[in-house]
Design a protein around this ligand. Structure first.
Ligand SMILES: [Zn+2]
Ligand SMILES: [Zn+2]
Length: 662
């Protein structure tokens, strides 16, 4: 799915804060003026990005965000409270029609005549837009009050947003407005993604000046998964003989939501007979479709687990049982929750990563400035992220890292990870920390890492004029739900890709960057972002221990590779160097051997060698499940680099970190 949230949600963000949409709602008005247009007249005439900015820098967005942060509000703005009176069905189910009755009650300051209440249904997914015109259509909404002498004028202000203007007289403290959302025969379309607390945001313009503020506590409702639509089986990629490993089995709904009511016997078999696997396991109603079982790897070799539940079939990724090979940990270190522009609560994000996706490593990286509330200005949100990150960290078993996204609309986004439990949100909108150099200076003395992402295209490309600071940026995220930013010839290139901004271009500038992928998921499904998008992203981290220390050391040393979601085993060496490392320029008469090992999660299509900026060789792999290649590489000179890209027939792809010639 193409995330529309990137651009359109700015409207919601700013409108909820009240800086846009200056006139009160008119009964017959159509779509709202985009905030950027409303701001045009006050903005500086020169909107061309400065030479060191991203070519698709969005200066207007930053100006709007700054204006929103400095808005003067009336004491009555944001007053009152709201709650859910009823909803049906209970609970609401993803993608199904629903009906929700909400009540707003004016606070002590009331709302002046010509003031307004705005209902913003959770703006980031496919909730119906509330509309008061056509009862037969989705999202039909009835608005009423018992307060005598009050007239309500309700109208759609934009997607998922309804404005209700108070007329006749002021709404006094304690007086109420009742809103029936989905009141027509077709109800309202509910979000596509399960969420423990999908919020109905209320904002109030108490004095009628067109500026509004969110009320303190907007009500929320639970949205649960749909029926099971497929089965998913996940194993780690490497185990030692005799070691226990976890097999993750998940009966998920169509878009990967957890919490289906699938039950029954899951039949299990192990392709190579290496595991002490039970013939079947029982999925009980209270499991919510997810089971994690421990099995022992009894002998060396490569195996996959086949699972069957009724009509659903799953084949796991490959498990290599070996005493000698480096361990591969799977991570997703970039994603968003309902605390910014995603779905769900932090605890569910971490639990999904651990139990459903079977990840070893995860980070929740909500935006500093992109959501209904501003993380950079709301310490309790950051405290929630910190507490959840800390609570789920289980050394030896499951690693969490604290993070946020420095969401620069001028120089490109970077997510920031901290090695420990402390760290602060650095504000990309603050002029003191708006450039990458200022970001890195602000991180001085911290054990932190920064990752440029979707570097080549939309929603904003990376300004590579700023050389990645080696203290903080040894890696770049090359693939996510946005697609690949590796190179123009990459599978599923990022939308709006621009020459000069690919990761390969950054290598051409002489930057030593290793590669990772991560989901940039907004659907609450870290590790499985590719279930609801054409592309996802995973970080393969070559570290022996599931601890923050071991993972951090591997990330810093670029012992990583990227995939678009497929758990492909990839090993690359050149002479004595492994991926991410460097090698002295070899003598001309002693060319080093390049070694590549691939074990697919599906049949392999081909492997490419990329060297000096170009794909120089493609080796067809004829749908084999695994492959080993070896060849000598001539003519390596100082400044060269090379890496491997592999593709499967199911479009799964993996990219090794480069090896650099000193
Ligand atoms: Zn981003
Ligand atoms: Zn992001």
């Amino acid at each position: 799915m193409t995330p529309c949230w990137i651009r359109c949600n700015l409207i919601w963000l700013l409108a909820a804060l009240g800086c846009g949409e200056p006139a009160p709602p008119q009964p017959t008005a159509a779509a709202p003026q985009p905030e950027s247009e409303a701001a045009e007249s006050e903005a500086p005439a020169n909107r061309v990005p400065a030479a060191d900015m991203s070519p698709n820098a969005q200066l207007d967005v930053v100006e709007d965000l700054r204006r929103a942060a400095n808005l003067e509000l009336h004491p009555s703005d944001g007053g009152g409270r709201a709650w859910v009176e009823s909803s049906e069905p209970v609970p609401l189910q993803v993608g199904r029609p629903g009906r929700v009755t909400l009540v707003y009650e004016a606070g002590p300051d009331g709302i002046a005549a010509d003031g307004s209440v705005t209902l913003q249904v959770s703006p980031f997914w496919r909730w119906s837009t509330p509309q008061t015109q056509i009862p037969e259509l989705e999202g039909y909404t009835r608005v009423a009050t018992d307060a005598a002498g009050i007239e309500l004028h309700a109208e759609t202000l934009g997607e998922q947003m309804l404005g209700i203007r108070i007329e006749g007289r002021a709404l006094s403290a304690g007086e109420r407005i009742r809103i029936e959302y989905g009141a027509g025969p077709t109800g309202a379309h509910v979000d596509d993604f399960a969420d423990a607390a999908s919020r109905f945001w209320f904002a109030v313009d108490g004095d009628g000046d067109g500026r509004r503020k969110l009320i303190d506590a907007s009500p929320a409702l639970r949205v649960v998964a749909g029926p099971a639509a497929h089965l998913w089986a996940t194993l780690p990629s490497v185990a030692r003989p005799g070691e226990s490993v976890r097999l993750h089995l998940a009966a998920l709904d169509m878009l990967g939501n957890r919490g289906t009511r699938a039950t029954g016997s899951i039949a299990l078999s192990d392709e190579a007979g290496l595991l002490d696997l039970p013939a079947s396991v029982e999925l009980a109603p209270e499991d919510g479709g997810v089971l994690v079982i421990e099995v022992r790897a009894q002998a060396a070799g490569i195996t996959r687990v086949h699972a069957a539940l009724g009509e659903f079939r799953a084949t796991s990724n490959a498990l290599q049982v070996s005493a000698g090979v480096p361990r591969i940990l799977w991570g997703d270190v970039h994603g968003h929750s309902g605390l910014s522009d995603g779905t769900g609560v932090p605890d569910d994000y971490f639990a999904y990563a651990r139990d459903v996706a079977g990840l070893d490593l995860v980070a929740l990286t909500d935006h500093d400035h992109w959501g209904m509330r501003v993380l950079a200005d709301t310490p309790e949100l950051w405290e929630q992220i910190r507490a959840s990150t800390r609570r789920f960290h289980a050394p030896g078993r499951f690693v969490t890292l604290l993070g946020f996204e420095w969401t620069s609309w001028l120089y490109g986004h970077r997510h920031v990870l901290y090695a420990g439990d402390t760290g602060r949100v650095i504000d990309s909108v603050d002029p003191a920390t708006e450039t990458p150099t200022q970001l890195w200076n602000a991180l001085e003395g911290e054990a932190a890492l920064t990752f440029a992402h979707h570097t080549a295209g939309e929603p904003i490309a990376t300004a590579w004029q700023f050389a990645p600071d080696p203290r903080f940026e040894p890696l770049v995220e090359i693939v996510s739900v946005h697609g690949s930013s590796e190179a123009a010839d990459s599978p599923s290139t990022v939308v709006g890709a621009m020459p000069g901004h690919f990761a390969r271009d950054a290598l051409e500038r002489g930057y030593r960057l290793g590669f990772i992928g991560s989901g940039d998921s907004h659907d609450g499904h870290p590790g499985l972002a590719h279930l609801a998008s054409p592309s996802g992203g995973l970080a393969a981290v070559l570290a022996e221990e599931r601890t923050r220390e071991a993972v951090w050391e591997a990330l810093r040393a670029r012992r990583t590779y990227a995939t678009n979601g497929a758990r492909i085993i990839l090993r690359v060496g050149l002479g004595t160097a492994r991926m991410g490392e460097s090698l002295p320029a070899p003598p001309a008469d002693e060319p080093p051997d390049l070694f590549v090992q691939l074990i697919g999660s599906a049949p392999l299509q081909h492997v490419d060698l990329i060297r000096r900026g170009h794909a120089v060789e493609r080796v067809p792999l004829d749908e084999r499940w695994d492959a080993t290649l070896q060849k000598s590489v001539d003519g390596l000179a100082s400044g060269d680099w090379l890496y491997i890209r592999a593709e499967q027939i199911d479009r799964g792809a993996a990219w090794s970190s480069p090896i650099f010639i000193e």
